[in-house]
Design a protein around this ligand. Structure first.
Ligand code: AMP
Ligand code: GLY
Length: 423
């Protein structure tokens, strides 16, 4: 099979690494890719959201399967455009991708299907939104309706903070048209986990559970990022919690989508808040998590091309996902200053030593090759991922590799996986 992966992050490197191990693979392409992906695939200089150019490339190069990493091309309708051209694609249609592309759509669908989630109200003008938060009092979470690269969620301790968020979104228009509508939610307490499934629209199958670390500094301090590290499995997702997620969230969601005429195909990722063993949905994503995919793929024993083909060909009912019981941990190494301003072009040292350590894989995110050397080229630079006999062992291995890599002004968290150790 000729395969095209779309995207350029650690998630896409992890998918490429796993797909490259498949005996079904003939040729692997990635658009646009990064320096790490370039060692496994031919990188093509087409942006991930240039969906018509990607379609033309796929037709010219006889691509048998396209795997879409990020959400933007999915919400733009890449799956529809590829299918209309007779191309096989792993990822949901534009209508289905609204589950991530519109929080208003997702919340209303959950309400309609009785899926446990935070209570909420929807507003399209700032005055009534302000009146609502003042009347309610206390903490709440204000969310931009549309895509905002993870920056459109404002947890607010007081109505005053919520009013500031409402002004930024609806008066100052910081998020453009993505902020034309907002969702205001009840503030939920608990422990978060990422629950990622694959579905062919008929069957829905969970992949190993995982947990992300969203804040930039140790002990969950500082601003939210795209994710500073992840581990799998997440001990908070006990077999009992997993059963509840499947029966009270995932299966009703699939039914609700199909009753809207939406045939879902690809990944459904539920961001969960779990309290007293009861899971509630914070958000849905329509793609693999980043960095959660890194520890998940190193634990997955299946051939990923076979799994994805089972999804695309609607054969998931007869397919079994098998996973290594050993835990895996991914520590993200970032450019100092991320998620704010940061420098690019710093020379990265020690990659080969790190990659030679046992059960360790270095996934690239923001990297590029300049004058023959690998340099930093983004905020999240590497996802150093290791497997171990226990979570403690995996943490030890991942940090041993992290310590052997360096560049000027590198930043990483020192406590990835610590919460799992406590359980
Ligand atoms: P989202 O993009 O909707 O998952 O929100 C991003 C982050 O904001 C989540 O990972 C949580 O840490 C936090 N968050 C979102 N919604 C809520 C909520 N209703 N209660 C508490 N925290 C939330
Ligand atoms: N790690 C969070 C996300 O992929 O959305």
């Amino acid at each position: 099979m000729n395969v095209l992966i779309i995207g350029s992050g650690g998630r896409e490197h992890a998918l490429a690494w796993k797909i490259a191990q498949s005996p079904h693979l003939t040729k692997l392409f990635c658009a646009p890719g990064n320096a790490g992906i370039a060692s496994l695939a031919t990188c093509v200089d087409i942006a991930a959201d240039d969906i018509y150019k990607l379609r033309d490339f796929a037709l010219q190069h006889h691509i048998d399967l396209t795997v879409v990493g990020p959400e933007l091309p999915l919400t733009l309708g890449i799956a529809d455009v590829f299918q209309e051209a007779g191309l096989r694609v792993f990822g949901p249609s534009r209508a289905a991708a609204r589950l991530e592309g519109s929080k208003v759509f997702a919340k209303k669908l959950m309400q309609h299907a009785g899926i446990p989630t935070a209570d909420f109200a929807v507003f399209d003008d700032p005055e009534s939104a302000r009146r609502y938060v003042i009347k309610k009092g206390g903490a709440c979470v204000v969310k931009v309706d549309g895509l905002a690269a993870g920056k459109g969620v404002f947890p607010c301790a007081t109505p005053e903070e919520a009013c500031t968020a409402i002004t930024r979104i609806m008066v100052d228009n910081e998020f453009g048209s993505a902020g034309n509508a907002i969702v205001i939610e009840e503030f939920l307490e608990g422990e978060e986990a990422s629950f990622i499934c694959v579905t062919d629209g008929i069957t829905i199958t969970p992949l190993p559970s995982s947990q992300d670390h969203k804040r930039v500094f140790d002990d969950d301090r500082g601003p939210n990022t795209g994710g500073m590290g992840a581990y799998s499995p997440a001990p908070v997702v006990t077999p009992d919690v997993e059963r509840k997620v499947m029966t009270s969230i995932m299966e009703p969601l699939l039914h609700a989508l199909s009753s809207h005429g939406i045939e879902y195909q690809g990944v459904i990722y539920a961001g969960l808040m779990i309290h007293n063993n009861l899971p509630r949905v914070l958000e849905f994503n329509v793609r693999f998590g980043d960095p959660e995919t890194q520890p998940i793929v190193v634990r997955l024993d299946n051939d990923l091309l076979e799994l994805m083909s089972a999804v695309v060909d609607k054969r998931l009912a007869s397919y079994t996902v098998v996973c290594d019981p050993r835990p895996a941990v991914c520590v993200v190494m970032a450019a100092g200053g991320y998620p704010g301003q940061y420098e690019k072009g710093q020379v990265i040292q020690g990659l080969e030593t790190a990659a030679s350590l046992p059960d360790t894989v270095i996934f690239h995110a923001g990297t590029a090759v300049k004058n023959g050397v690998v340099v930093t080229n983004g905020g999240r630079v590497l996802g150093v991922t290791a497997r171990g006999d226990s979570i403690a062992h995996a943490i030890e291995r991942a940090y041993a590799a992290v310590r052997s890599i360096s560049w000027h002004n590198v930043h990483y968290r020192h406590d990835i996986g610590r919460r799992a150790l406590g359980r």
